[in-house]
Each structure stands twice: as structure tokens, then as C-alpha cells.
Ligand binder design. Structure first.
Ligand code: ADP
Ligand code: TRP
Length: 321
């Protein structure tokens, strides 16, 4: 299966990004033809600082490689390195009904909050459709919030095919595992927008400090507690072995422990889990050419596919014979 997904380089990846998305991309690379890209064109709708954008793209690439994305199995590239996508975007724009885009939540939410939107934000789902269609993608693993965009992509591709003849492969959304919804330090969903994240490649000392500051309730120590409704326990479960998890679960059910002790256990387990990734990242970062080469060969492979699809679309709509 051709599996494709994109991730925006809008800040450092956090635990939610890893367990909710990146880990699953990496698992999919073994039995599929994975295409994964860093969505820098999409990030331009929010990141307007060129230095920061450059840094974010490099960090995203380093993070993905350190976490196990293997460029010899999957195609890893930067969205803007494939200019064919931007041309496909225009072809799709000419058939994109205004009403369809007006209904898309990313735009609708901002408009409802009185935030001025630009045409980039308004047409964001069309660029995303171009990303998907450019590579004949069959499966698109995304979080629930992106399903609407896959529907838009299917609509745009379907009506292009209907009007000009079979051109695009219609993709299917593959919803990323719900069980992986990771809570943040305040118990809400972990997200950059809530400022409650624990970054994957945080300095170990800073990470420990942040873990010690995770919010907890103020019930007496001796009370029994429900682990299933506790974000500290959920975070610990991400890193703990089955045995460790059962031990802590029993502590919750019994009561008579302090949250500080669980936080220490979480910090130790997270550290043990993240350390090999940190070492790998340091190794990769030591030589600038490693990332540059991976992205270059990724873009080459991606362009081979995208230029075929673009030619097909150009022929279908009369831009070439
Ligand atoms: P953020 O909310 O921090 O801005 P993004 O929207 O950029 O994160 O998410 C990138 C990917 O990570 C998406 O596929 C999204 O579903 C996943 N993701 C983000 N936060 C979480 C979370 N707390 N739990 C599970 N998955 C998450
Ligand atoms: N919009 C997606 C997000 O914010 C990122 C993205 C861009 C994407 N293009 C894509 C995801 C194509 C899947 C397929 O998470």
C-alpha cells in the first residue's frame, strides 16, 4: 500500500506527536510503501519567521530519523522540495467549490473567533489534497481532526475524475489509534496550543523538572485512587513495562502513596525510553550531510512519482497533449 502522511514543522515534537502519530508512521514503514513529508508549505500559514522555519524543518527531519524513520524503507522529504505539488494545487483549486472550503473547520473556527484568515488558510485543504493525490496515495494515516480534509480530497479528486476522466487515485483515511491520545501536564490533551507539552528531545534535567510539575489532585495520600482517570498514570503507562504498570496500578487502587513517587518513576521510565533516541539524534546531528542526503534522495524519489501524476492531470485537463 502507498501510505502517505505529513507533519507540520511548527515546533518541537512532543510525546503526543510521537505516540499519536510518528510511532505509527514508523510501524507502517515495514509493510508499506511509506511517503512521509515535513509540511513546510502548510507551516507558512502560521510560522512567518524564516530562521525559525528553517530550524524547525531541520529539527523535524532529525527527530524523525532519530525516532526510527528509515530512509531506506520509507521516502522522507520536505513538502516544498516537490514543486509539482504546488502546480497540482492550482489545478485542484479551479475545481474547488467555495462552499466546500467554507465548511472546513480550520478556517471556520478562526472566522468564528473573529481572526482574519488569509487565502492560504482558506485553501489549506486543497494543498493537502494535492499532497495526497500527487503520490497516488492509498492510505492516509491522520488524527481525527484531519478526517474532514481527507473527505475534501476525495471530493476534489472524484469531481476531477468525473469531469476529465480517471486521473487520481482516491485515498482512504486511516484514523490513528484513539488509544494514543496523550494528556499534557495539565491533564488536557497534550498540544502546542495549550502550552502543556513534554518534548521528546527536551534536556533530561529540564524534562525531569517539567514532570515534577505535572498537575495532580489534592486528595489525601492514603485515599485509594482511580488510575484510569489519572493523567499521570496514563503518561506513565506510555513508557512502563506491563509489570511496572501493574505495580503502579495496584498502588493507586490501594492508596497510601505520594504523586511525587509516581513522577519519579515516570521520569526514570521516560529517560530510559528516550535515551537511545537522544544518542541517535546526537550522532545524526554531528554531520549535516546525513540529514541533507536523506532529504535529497527522498525528494528525488517523491518527484519521480509526483511528476508522473502531474503529467497525467495536465493531459487530462488540456494543458498538454
Ligand atoms: P499540536 O496539537 O501540538 O499542534 P499537531 O496538530 O501538529 O500537534 O499534531 C501532529 C500529529 O500528532 C497529528 O497527527 C496529531 O493527531 C498527533 N497528536 C498531537 N497531539 C496529540 C496527542 N495529545 N495525543 C495523540 N496524538 C496527538
Ligand atoms: N494538515 C496536517 C496536519 O496539520 C498535515 C498535512 C499536510 C497532511 N498535508 C497532509 C497530513 C497530507 C496528511 C496528508 O496535521
Amino acid at each position: 500500500m502507498r501510505v502517505l502522511s505529513g507533519i507540520q514543522p511548527t515546533g518541537r515534537f512532543h510525546w503526543g506527536n510521537y505516540f499519536g502519530a510518528i510511532k505509527q508512521y514508523i510501524e507502517l514503514q515495514y509493510d508499506n510503501d511509506g511517503f512521509y513529508f515535513i509540511a513546510d508549505l502548510h507551516a507558512l500559514t502560521t510560522v512567518r519567521d524564516p530562521k525559525l522555519l528553517r530550524e524547525n524543518v531541520r529539527d523535524a527531519a532529525l527527530d524523525l530519523l532519530a525516532l526510527g524513520l528509515d530512509p531506506s524503507r520509507a521516502t522522507l522529504f520536505v513538502q516544498s522540495h516537490v514543486p509539482e505539488v504546488s502546480e497540482l494545487y492550482w489545478l485542484l483549486m479551479t475545481g474547488a467549490p467555495m462552499g466546500l472550503l467554507e465548511r472546513c473547520v480550520a478556517f471556520k473556527d478562526k472566522a468564528a473567533r473573529g481572526i482574519k484568515a488569509d487565502a492560504g488558510l482558506f485553501t489549506y485543504p486543497v494543498l493537502m489534497a494535492a499532497d495526497i493525490l500527487a503520490y497516488d496515495s492509498q492510505w492516509v494515516p491522520v488524527g481525527e481532526d484531519q478526517i474532514q480534509h481527507i473527505e475534501v480530497c476525495r471530493d476534489l479528486a472524484g469531481s476531477f475524475n468525473h469531469h476529465y476522466g480517471e486521473t487520481f487515485v482516491l485515498p482512504t483515511a486511516r484514523v490513528l489509534q484513539e488509544t494514543a491520545k496523550v494528556p499534557g501536564t495539565d491533564g488536557q490533551k497534550m498540544s502546542k496550543s495549550y502550552d502543556n507539552t513534554l518534548a521528546l528531545f527536551e534536556e533530561p534535567k529540564d524534562l525531569r523538572k517539567k514532570i515534577m510539575r505535572i498537575s495532580t489532585d489534592s486528595r489525601p495520600m492514603e485515599d485509594a485512587k482511580d488510575p484510569d482517570n489519572d493523567h499521570l498514570y496514563q503518561l506513565y503507562s506510555l513508557f512502563a513495562t506491563d509489570e511496572q504498570r501493574e505495580e503502579v496500578r495496584a498502588m493507586y487502587l490501594r492508596g497510601g502513596f505520594g504523586y511525587g513517587e509516581i513522577k519519579k518513576r515516570l521520569a526514570d521510565a521516560a529517560d530510559a525510553f528516550l535515551n537511545p533516541f537522544r544518542m541517535k539524534r546526537q550522532e545524526l546531528a554531528a554531520d549535516d550531510r546525513v540529514v541533507a542526503n536523506a532529504l535529497e534522495s527522498g525528494a528525488k524519489r517523491a518527484r519521480e512519482v509526483a511528476s508522473d501524476v502531474l503529467r497525467r492531470a495536465q493531459s487530462a485537463c488540456g494543458l498538454r497533449s
